[in-house]
Design a protein. Structure first.
Length: 130
């Protein structure tokens, strides 16, 4: 009989909680505002955590994308460097039979009167020559 009394009391307590009668107790009635604030803070904490996890995953995916872009840049840059070497350019011109030749004359600079005057003015203003 003792077991029936304990199980009956346990059933009564569970029903008391599930029926909502426990919320009419003085403790819950007096602290309704405090309980509501705690529940709001819990919801805000959970939503903040969810947003944080989303932002971290987005940052990680962007970092991976940036890393891939850097590798691609290095690959393209090395190809460009290899292709733009003078020996490679000569080979490509010969293969395509463009009829271009390397100039035997050195390059030279064409100066105008204005350029000569500017050079003279800068030499006059240069403190190292004084």
């Amino acid at each position: 009989m003792k077991k029936d009394g304990k199980t009956n009391k346990l059933k009564n307590k569970v029903m008391y909680i599930l029926s909502g009668s426990v919320l009419t107790e003085d403790f819950f009635v007096k602290n309704t505002f405090f309980i509501a604030i705690i529940l709001i803070l819990m919801v805000l904490y959970i939503s903040n955590r969810y947003n944080y996890i989303e932002q971290v995953s987005k940052i990680e995916s962007l970092q991976k994308e940036l890393k891939d872009a850097k590798y691609e840049y290095q690959t393209v840059s090395s190809r460009l460097t290899a292709i733009s070497r003078q020996s490679q350019v000569i080979k490509l011109v010969e293969q395509d039979q463009l009829g271009l030749e390397i100039s035997n004359k050195p390059s030279y600079e064409i100066n105008t009167k204005e350029d000569a005057e500017k050079k003279e003015n800068t030499k006059k203003d240069d403190p190292k020559e004084k």
